[in-house]
Design a protein. Structure first.
Length: 265
């Protein structure tokens, strides 16, 4: 028997405290509750003894998809939580242990395995020399052009790129007088920052530009946090190789579940 409740201001601190028991796994949920409560809804499943048996994040802040969700916890609790989700058009993240429950809830979904990788401060192997640089807000048109050159899930408007440059530390590499690769260092918690938005123009891949951008983003993150986390598709061998060269190691697995969006990692 479970009690499902929506996390509010009174219960938020307690839920965050419990999620910190596995901080890397729950990093995005914790930060969404702390930093973007206006875009975040979290449901918690409590057992009869008051223990937290599962949780569901519903986040409305990504550029490429209106609804992004994350489910975790015991399977029975997760099944109850999944009933709260709409039937279509979202990206859902779930651990391998909940695949059966998610498949039953969304039989037409597509599943893409991902790895979480992490490097502790002091263990990173940074690239030098390195021509990557931090991008200024006026680079928004160049960033929008770059993100529009490849896979649709990366596409961002110039306005969203300007917002990204204003709020986060975005590092880019130029070649042939154009921006060809970027990586974003996102402030999460003192224990861990996160690298997101790593992208290289398809015509410039395989030439080390992503390594440059990710190296500088990792260096910047390590100045402020105990370690750095990122996610990568398990079949993206070139990217995994880049991250391993920089000192990252696999620490977890999850699934990107496409429910009617056509998007993949």
């Amino acid at each position: 028997m479970f009690e499902i409740v929506e996390v509010d201001e009174r219960s938020r601190g307690d839920v965050i405290s419990r999620l910190r028991s596995d901080l890397l796994r729950n990093l995005f949920v914790i930060c969404s509750l702390l930093r973007e409560p206006e875009r975040t809804t979290v449901y918690a499943a409590y057992g009869g003894d008051g223990s937290l048996r599962g949780h569901l994040l519903v986040y409305r802040g990504f550029a490429a998809v209106q609804l992004a969700c994350r489910i975790d916890g015991e399977e029975r609790a997760a099944r109850r939580l999944l009933e709260l989700l709409p039937g279509e058009r979202m990206v859902l993240f779930c651990p391998p242990g909940l695949l059966d429950a998610v498949r039953e809830r969304f039989p037409g979904a597509r599943f893409y395995p991902e790895y979480q990788m992490y490097v502790a401060r002091g263990a990173e192997r940074l690239l030098a020399p390195n021509s990557a640089e931090r991008l200024r807000p006026e680079c928004a048109p160049l960033l929008a052009e770059l993100y529009s050159s490849g896979e649709p899930q990366f596409a961002r408007s110039e306005e969203r790129c300007r917002e990204l440059l204003d709020k986060q530390r975005v590092f880019g590499v130029f070649a042939d007088n154009r921006l060809v690769s970027v990586a974003v260092a996102v402030e999460r918690l003192p224990e861990a920052w996160e690298i997101i938005g790593v992208f290289t123009n398809p015509n410039y891949r395989g030439r080390g530009f992503a390594t440059m951008a990710t190296s500088v983003a990792t260096e910047e993150s390590s100045r402020h946090a105990d370690g750095v986390s990122l996610w990568v598709g398990s079949d993206n061998v070139p990217a995994i190789t880049v991250y391993q060269k920089l000192g990252y190691e696999k620490v977890g697995e999850s699934y990107w579940v496409d429910v009617g969006t056509g998007l993949k990692p």
